[in-house]
Design a protein around this ligand. Structure first.
Ligand code: CUA
Length: 193
């Protein structure tokens, strides 16, 4: 009971009970083990996402997104979201806002891109499905990661930082074309066969 002050005022001088020191040791070793997994994953996880980030004003970022959309839009989906097919190797932009991810990027399997991620309003979370890739997306900062899709298909994006009443509706998409489809569409590819 801790309602009353301890009888022995110098309680910190009392010897530790054996069970207590055992638990402290277990907790300490577990902490070290968990910390090591972060270092291990950074080296061997093949998903080194801690990369570059820069300060950027939301307006400036939004304008870069619009410039890319204007230059490379190839269509739009049933909700009017632009579908954009940027050149391989280029700087590409994915904008988070309440409550969508804009635009739908069409990328090519095996090609690398510099993906710039930022938000123009709130904190959002970029979670790429079905892979285990998660990034926090903040207004005022852009995060830049090198992205090389290793499989063709449609990949969903969900927001995984709570951002208000539309949070659960905040989804997006990245389409990855296989190399033959990209060549058939007349795209210039950079990576060798
Ligand atoms: Cu955006 Cu949750």
């Amino acid at each position: 009971m801790a309602l009353l002050p301890p009888k022995n005022r110098l309680w910190w001088n009392e010897p530790l009970h054996r069970m207590e020191i055992v638990w402290i040791t277990i907790a300490f070793l577990w902490g070290i083990a968990m910390f090591s997994t972060m270092i291990w994953w950074h080296i061997y996880g093949e998903q080194n996402l801690s990369n570059e980030s820069y300060r950027i004003l939301p307006d400036v970022y939004a304008e870069r997104v619009d410039v890319m959309i204007d230059a490379y839009q190839v269509g739009e989906d049933e909700f009017g979201m632009p579908i954009v097919r940027p050149p391989v190797g280029s700087d590409i932009y994915l904008q988070a806002r309440l409550w969508d991810w804009s635009p739908i990027l069409e990328l090519v399997e095996g090609e690398s891109y510099r993906l710039h991620l930022s938000s123009i309003d709130w904190q959002h979370g970029f979670s790429l499905q079905p892979t285990n890739i998660n990034l926090q997306v903040h207004p005022g900062y852009e995060m830049v990661v090198t992205l090389t899709p290793n499989a063709a298909g449609e990949f969903g994006i969900v927001c995984n930082e709570y951002c208000g009443i539309g949070h659960h509706l905040m989804t997006g998409r990245i389409n990855v074309l296989d190399r033959e489809a990209a060549l058939a569409a007349g795209m210039q590819l950079a990576a060798g066969e």
